[in-house]
Design a protein around this ligand. Structure first.
Ligand code: HEC
Length: 439
């Protein structure tokens, strides 16, 4: 089993770093696009219905221009929408390939919902010219598209929060059980709020600065769109900081590091700068800040993706370290030291000790039963707080217990001896604590 694992994917910390940056890149391509797609489709449907009720040409034009702008065409939808999610799912499966994580299954559900969402949405877009004839079906496909998308990202943020909490990995089979996870809820709301904010920013950018779609600046239509984009962007940009802080407050402790605080602070700051620019544009309609605002929105998405990946990486670090040890790369120890702080080194050492125990000592020893050698529960207590003596014995066993043969010299490396001694003494402590409790 171990050998097979090794040839499928030699897991090394560098490997994970590369995967991490690919993940960030993919989310960076995918999320802004799909956020505007959701926001744009939503308002396209709303104005489409409004036009039907009030017969206002401005509403109809806007509904049509909006869906054309955000959905572009099917190939762009496939490249920016579907491909990155496929890659993300594959990468998560790779990273967690030794752990049986239901989260990866959820990612696959969310991929399926996403495909359904794209299908409905492009149906909506391509039936726009048939709108008078098939209004019901046309509107329904738009609404269905939005629902599929919202469901897809709901499951996506749940599975992401689930990945952040490895303690729960094994227990959760059903996504509904996780609704109580405030972190998932805050992530999801942050996603929706950011989608609506960047939709506003996208309207300002694509309708007024993007050459393909530039509209006549002095028309009534232009004034309407500009105000709509500004107010939409402003309301939801002002909500972003609240959710950003909420997300921070609900993160599991193990996921938090200094970088996480740093990225959150940058995201907060960007929201404030964007809000300030939007206000400036509202006050003075002559100001043209659309390009800046949209770029800052993209930057906010990048920072958020970095932040999310950092929390994820913090959480699985231990898992990675274990895999590195298992891969037994000659230089793995150095990398472990780079990856983890000195404080964690001891813990890593104990993990390594566990591997030495499982692969070598367990051939002759059990903790509580007699085997070739005596049970550790019986012989270890005399080494408590005397790790050095234990190391000396393992390095060079001498005759000790009557009724047992001698223990052979094992020829272990010095660091293997140290780690197995640390592991055994720690294990002895936890075992005796367990017994105290059961008594
Ligand atoms: C080939 C079998 C074998 C292997 C492998 C083995 N041991 Fe032992 N071990 C023994 C035997 C036999 C004894 C009893 C020796 C004696 O009492 O003289 C023993 C005794 C011990 C004792 C008790 C010493 C004492 O003071 O009573 C410790 C501690 C110990 N082994 C640790 C280890 C550790 C750690 C490893 C793995 C790195 C290991 N052993 C691997 C056979 C083995």
């Amino acid at each position: 089993m171990l050998i097979v694992d090794k040839y499928i994917l030699p897991p090394s910390p560098e490997h994970f770093l590369i995967l991490k940056y690919i993940l960030i890149l993919m989310l960076m391509i995918h999320l802004p696009f799909v956020s505007m797609l959701i926001g744009g489709t939503f308002f396209s449907v709303v104005f489409n219905i409004l036009d039907k009720k009030k017969q206002n040409r401005i509403y109809l034009n806007f509904a049509n221009d909006l869906i054309d702008t955000v959905a572009v065409n099917r190939s762009v939808g496939f490249i920016l929408g579907v491909v990155p999610m496929l890659v993300v799912t594959l990468i998560y499966t790779q990273i967690l390939y030794t752990v049986n994580v239901s989260a990866v299954n959820f990612l696959i559900y969310s991929l399926i919902l996403l495909l359904l969402g794209f299908t409905s949405l492009y149906f909506y877009k391509y039936t726009f010219h048939l709108r008078e004839a098939v209004f019901g079906v046309h509107i329904f496909s738009g609404i269905l598209g939005i629902i599929f998308f919202l469901a897809a990202y709901f499951i996506f943020s749940i599975s992401f929060s689930l990945l952040l909490d490895p303690g729960e990995w094994r227990f959760v089979k059903n996504p509904v059980e996780l609704i109580s996870y405030w972190n998932a809820v805050s992530k999801y709301l942050y996603f929706i709020v950011s989608s609506l904010a960047i939709t506003g920013g996208g309207i300002l950018f694509f309708f007024f600065h993007w050459s393909e779609r530039k509209i006549d600046h002095d028309s009534e239509y232009s004034g309407f769109i500009k105000n709509f984009g500004l107010i939409l962007a402003l309301i939801f940009t002002l909500l972003q900081p609240v959710l950003c802080l909420w997300n921070l407050a609900t993160l599991p402790e193990i996921a938090i590091s200094q970088e996480v605080f740093g990225f959150s602070a940058i995201a907060l700051f960007l929201s404030l700068v964007i809000s300030y620019m939007l206000c400036a544009m509202l006050k003075n309609p002559e100001k043209k800040l659309g390009v800046h605002i949209f770029s800052l929105f993209l930057l906010t998405f990048l920072i958020t993706a970095l932040n999310d990946q950092t929390t994820f990486y913090n959480t699985i670090k231990e898992h990675i370290v274990l895999m590195a040890v298992r891969a037994e790369e000659p230089s793995s120890e150095l990398k472990i030291r780079e990856l983890t702080g000195a404080a964690e080194e001891a813990q890593v050492n104990v993990k390594k000790g566990e591997m030495v125990f499982n692969s070598i000592c367990s051939a002759c020893h059990s903790f509580d039963r007699r085997a070739v050698g005596p049970p550790f529960k019986m012989v270890l207590p005399k080494y408590q707080n005397k790790e050095d003596e234990l190391k000396t014995f393992v390095r060079n066993p001498s005759k000790k217990n009557p009724g047992y043969p001698s223990m052979p010299k094992l020829g272990l490396k010095e660091d293997e001896i140290a780690s197995v001694a640390a592991y055994l003494l720690q294990r002895l402590q936890t075992e005796s604590q367990k017994q105290d409790i059961s008594k």
